[in-house]
Design a protein around this ligand. Structure first.
Ligand SMILES: C[S@@+](CC[C@H](N)C(=O)[O-])C[C@H]1O[C@@H](n2cnc3c(N)ncnc32)[C@H](O)[C@@H]1O
Length: 278
């Protein structure tokens, strides 16, 4: 599949320096709306919508924009959802004063936000530069919000736009849990995919198999942390055939928990990868 063609749109006169810096950083053309109309080859546009960086699919029948708005209605709804309690239990919220979590597959940051909302200090790692730019914009907007709870939650989130496996060891100090939510391989075209996810899949591609995710799990298990938690579809086999210590099941997803050390201990394992192979 050829790589999608993107451009940054010079929409908002107040934010030209930001858009220029973004286009330079992502090595994308910066175009006016008139120029965009002439460029039929474009698949995606990055523009500002109400202060948030948004990703739009080009073309007349394109779905709505994808953006990261932690203060928006959908995120507020998600904060109240039952799955959050399961995620909190899986990482071990409440088992230590403030848990440090590395979300090694941050995506649009929804799980990270839930964890930060539950009081965790979250390091978000996202390797796709466009997705990382959406996240960065979302965290910045939330951190200057007049909603003090939202701003305090955003203050517990920091972002690394990189492959998690390239993080310097020092970046992992203070991290007790690594959380993984890798993309699940394609299950055929008939699967009902939400519009936002469809845009996401077109940008990132859908993995053919789980070899990349398995490599990430092996990396995570070798780090000096107390737990590695993997989000899985409810009925999927454990990632990489590695049996977790236990699993927490929800209605649609499951959290596989690999326990490597006690969360209250500061002496963490040396990275032996304690999970068993099924
Ligand atoms: C399914 S999405 C995660 C969704 C996320 N949990 C949320 O709540 O929005 C998976 C993301 O992980 C990223 N990713 C996959 N492997 C990665 C790695 N080794 N390092 C950093 N990011 C990675 C992908 O680019 C993608 O954006």
């Amino acid at each position: 599949m050829p790589s999608p063609q993107l451009a940054v749109v010079r929409t908002d006169a107040d934010h030209i320096p930001y858009l220029e810096e973004l286009a330079l950083r992502l090595q994308l053309p910066l175009l006016t709306a008139g120029e965009v109309a002439q460029r039929e080859e474009l698949d995606f546009l990055l523009c500002l919508e109400g202060g948030h960086l948004a990703l739009l699919q080009a073309g007349p029948k394109a779905p709505g924009p994808v953006l990261v708005d932690f203060g928006g209605g959908r995120m507020r709804q998600r904060r109240r959802g039952g799955q959050n309690e399961l995620l909190g239990r899986a990482v071990g919220v409440g088992r230590r004063e403030q848990l440090g979590v590395l979300d090694a597959t941050a995506g649009l940051g929804r799980d990270s936000y839930v964890l930060a909302d539950l009081g965790c200090k979250v390091l978000l790692c996202e390797r796709h530069p466009v997705v990382a730019a959406l996240l960065d914009s979302g965290i910045r907007q939330a951190s200057v919000s007049e909603d003090t709870w939202l701003a305090a939650t955003a203050a517990r989130m920091s972002l690394e736009a990189a492959d998690a496996r390239t993080l310097a060891a020092a970046r992992l100090s203070g991290i007790q849990v690594i959380y993984l939510d890798p993309m699940f391989p394609h299950r055929g075209k008939s699967a009902a995919v939400k519009k936002e996810m469809a845009v996401f899949q077109q940008l990132l591609g859908v993995p053919e198999d789980e070899s990349d995710s398995e490599a990430l799990l092996h990396w995570a298990l070798a780090q000096p942390v107390a737990r590695v938690v993997v989000k899985r579809p409810l009925k999927a086999a454990p990632l990489g055939g590695l049996n977790p210590s236990h699993a927490i099941r929800g209605k649609a997803v499951r959290f596989d928990v690999h326990v490597l050390a006690g969360l209250d201990s500061d002496v963490l394992h040396g990275g032996s990868g304690a999970a068993g192979v099924s």
